[in-house]
Design a protein around this ligand. Structure first.
Ligand SMILES: *Cc1c(COP(=O)(O)O)cnc(C)c1O
Length: 355
């Protein structure tokens, strides 16, 4: 049976990418060696790493004032690497709390300096993105989470602020053309929209660094990885390669602009089905609905399990909502095609009809 994978992460990647990656496991590029057994300092991997870093800058349209790093430790390690590198112990950073991930980022930042939670949607179960807030040029930086993977809300505009702007873009990076140059630091775990689990992308404006007075442990210092071009220690060779393949796929498909159009059509189809249904209900505020993770609930919660099973019989997997929200979550990252979304919409309609 054909499978449609709506998992939130690790998640779907383009079929071509899986096929190409599979070849590299046994014989990389006709070398007779698996990519996994090759030196991370050899010419093959050096070409991959250089190519991937360049592709990211090209897709983001960023210049030489930015550095691209592939690190480990997940987006979760960035929750602490950001403040340790750019929050002075006598400084204060501004955070917008839009869900589980930003709450975790806030907790870590407090270990290193002052934290101003300038807005939060916690009181409404994080079903919207707060818009009424101000930041001052006295803040060391503003941290936002552009897409809230668990709740299915997304920031549809980049805030214009007088302090450095930092964003966790784990689940919507490369989903749209974006004013990436308005950001001073962007990070993203690869496993949502860019590749397999195992590496984390960090894009940082160089002049942001080197301004805090504390001693930063070597591995946690962005400058360590900048100086060694992301190969200070052994980088996650295979995940980086699969990211590179995915980036090439994005480019071949028409780049972030084409992704945005594809993602908009998919999101519209799902939200339309939710809005037209008498059985299903959208979770997030309409204007903040995520184009990447559509969250919805069923009015009769006792039928939740039945719908998951109904979908599973049709090859639709990974739609169970995060345990903190319940209901359902359809993650429709770049690699998900319209056919998959249509299959889900059809299943929703049929289930409703039969109930
Ligand atoms: C998944 C996710 C994270 C955590 O990523 P890890 O790589 O598992 O640490 C952080 N932020 C957002 C927005 C996410 O979706």
């Amino acid at each position: 049976m054909k499978k449609y994978n709506f998992s939130a992460g690790p998640s779907i990647l383009p079929k071509e990418v899986f096929a190409e990656a599979a070849k590299a496991v046994t014989d990389y590029n006709g070398s007779g060696l698996s990519l996994m057994e090759m030196s991370h300092r050899g010419p093959e991997f050096t070409e991959i790493l250089t190519g991937a870093r360049a592709k990211i800058k090209a897709l983001m349209q960023l210049g030489d004032d930015y550095e691209v790093l592939f690190l480990q430790g997940g987006a979760s390690s960035q929750f602490l690497m950001v403040p340790i590198n750019i929050l002075p112990s006598n400084g204060t950073a501004a955070y917008v709390d839009t869900g589980t991930w930003s709450t975790k980022a806030i907790k870590e930042a407090k270990l290193f300096g002052g934290v101003d939670v300038i807005a939060s949607s916690a009181e409404n179960g994080f079903n919207y993105v707060p818009k009424d807030w101000t930041v001052s040029d006295q803040h060391s930086y503003l941290h936002i989470t552009t897409n809230n993977t668990i709740y299915g809300t997304e920031m549809h505009v980049t805030p214009l602020v007088d302090c450095p702007l930092v964003a966790d873009m784990s689940s919507d990076i490369f989903s749209r053309p974006w004013d990436y140059d308005k950001y001073d630091l962007i990070y993203a775990g690869a496993q949502k929209n860019m590749g397999p689990a195992g590496t984390t992308l960090v894009v940082v404006k160089k002049d942001l660094l080197g301004k805090v007075d504390r001693d930063i442990p070597t591995m946690l210092d962005y400058n360590t990885h900048i100086k060694k071009e992301s190969a200070f220690n052994t980088p996650p060779v295979f995940p980086i390669y699969v990211c590179y393949l995915t980036l090439q796929w994005i480019e071949k498909m028409g780049g972030p602009k084409a992704m945005a159009e594809r993602n908009r059509l998919k999101a519209e189809a799902i939200y339309k089905a939710i809005d037209e249904s008498a059985l299903f209900e959208g979770f997030s505020a309409e204007e903040d609905r995520s184009f990447m993770n559509a969250t919805f609930t069923i009015k009769d919660a006792s039928r939740e399990k039945a719908f998951v099973e109904f979908c599973s019989e049709r090859g639709i997997v990974g739609i169970k909502g995060h345990r903190s929200v319940g209901g359902f979550r359809a993650s429709i990252y770049n690699a998900m095609d319209q056919e998959g979304v249509d299959a889900l919409v059809e299943a929703m309609k049929e289930f409703e009809k039969g109930s």
